[in-house]
Design a protein around this ligand. Structure first.
Ligand SMILES: Cc1cc2nc3c(=O)[nH]c(=O)nc-3n(C[C@H](O)[C@H](O)[C@H](O)COP(=O)(O)O)c2cc1C
Length: 358
């Protein structure tokens, strides 16, 4: 059997295999907490033999929202810990591990804020205000508290979402970060807020609690993060306490985004492989590849050639939560049936429950 299906020690987490469900927003939370429907979905993902399930992006603070269409979970109160513990217990009872993704969309006193005052592509017409140093410190504290709650709720790890044009990924990008203080300029300075967040989480949750980062390696737009720059950022993160890196890319409106292309003709299988491999060659922490993985033999090659340590998928598990089980136990190794039409993403953006439209 291939390495993919063998147990793997991932930052001290004993995974049953190297398959990860990449964070995928479901729009299935109510009153900031998981609903019955969300429990059912996660149960199917775990029954489907996924080694590590990364939750949808949760908000570390309830006021950090793009609007009412965003129906995600929030981890900003100790009262929610028992609900989340129920979810982690369920995942663990099926032998899957679970990491909580902490999203980033900062709001202070009703105002959107970002590293620099450059118009938002996520919310047309909105130009965020540049964060003050005091606010950056508050943000670090908020993430630290949320990370400690995740640990109390028995999550195996947290992942900081620093991709896809949200404020933390904007910090990484020279196009969106024009700061002249210690949070702008060199790759290490641009990565500083994420390093501080990871350090704060570990301070509060324990130094052995794994903190992953999903980062945009390239922005695919003029003046944005390039592959070489992305590798430097990944080095800074990995040398300063980040436990593992998941490589994503793109920002809304760029010529290629996290889903592969704004123009579907440019979609290719495993479209971020070169970027993950470039990072893997330079860092000492595990690297997770996500983006357009559909075919098992391609994933086997990626792992056996050492271009990434783990493989993650999102859309393939929306159409088929039992994909890994099918490949492993049912002997049917046909690729994922996902055709990357992005109908699921349209539902998400409209505030509808995310499902496969095929
Ligand atoms: C409906 C939908 C929701 C998503 N939500 C998140 C999210 O909450 N956090 C995140 O980091 N990425 C999110 N993504 C991006 C995926 O994790 C992944 O990076 C991207 O879909 C490429 O992988 P794939 O080709 O396997 O789908 C989402 C993608 C889709 C389609």
């Amino acid at each position: 059997m291939s390495k993919l299906f063998e147990p793997y020690d991932f930052c001290g987490i004993k995974l049953k295999n190297r398959f990860i469900r990449s964070a995928t927003s479901e729009n299935l939370a109510k009153n900031r907490l998981p609903t019955e429907q969300l429990f059912k979905l996660y149960k199917e993902l775990a029954r489907g033999e996924i080694g590590l399930i990364i939750t949808s992006a949760m908000r570390p603070d309830r006021t950090w929202t793009r609007g009412p269409q965003q129906k995600n979970m929030v981890i900003d109160s100790d009262d929610s810990i028992p609900n989340f513990r129920e979810l982690t217990n369920l995942m663990h009872s099926f032998g899957s591990k679970v990491a909580l993704q902490l999203g980033s969309f900062f709001v202070f006193n009703g105002e959107s804020v970002a590293p620099s005052a450059i118009p938002y592509t996520w919310i047309p017409g909105v130009t965020p205000r540049a964060l003050t140093i005091q606010e950056i410190r508050e943000i670090v504290e908020i993430y630290g508290t949320a990370g400690a709650r995740a640990k109390k709720a028995d999550f195996d790890a947290v992942q900081i979402h620093a991709a896809h044009g949200y404020p933390l990924s904007r910090f990484l990008s020279p196009r969106f970060n024009k700061r002249t203080d210690e949070y702008g300029g060199s790759p290490k300075n641009r990565a500083r807020i994420i390093i501080e967040i990871a350090t704060e989480i570990k301070k509060r949750a324990g130094s052995d609690f794994p903190v992953f980062v999903k980062m945009g390696v390239v922005d695919f737009c003029e003046g944005g993060l390039t592959k070489e720059d992305g590798v430097e950022v990944a080095k800074a993160l990995s040398q300063n306490g980040v436990s593992a890196i998941e490589t994503s890319a793109g920002t809304p409106g760029s010529e290629m985004n996290a889903l592969g292309a704004t123009n579907n003709s440019r979609w290719t299988e495993g479209y971020l492989l070169d970027y993950a491999a470039a990072i893997k060659a330079e860092v000492d922490v595990p690297v997770i590849l996500v983006g357009g993985l559909r075919d098992l033999s391609m994933m086997e090659d990626i792992i056996s050639q050492g271009k990434a340590d783990l493989v993650a998928m999102s859309r393939p598990f929306i159409i088929e939560p039992h994909l890994i089980k099918r490949w492993k136990e049912d002997g049917d190794q046909e690729p994922s049936h996902c055709i990357s039409c992005n109908g699921c993403m349209d539902l998400y953006m409209d505030g509808e429950i995310v499902e496969c439209i095929i």
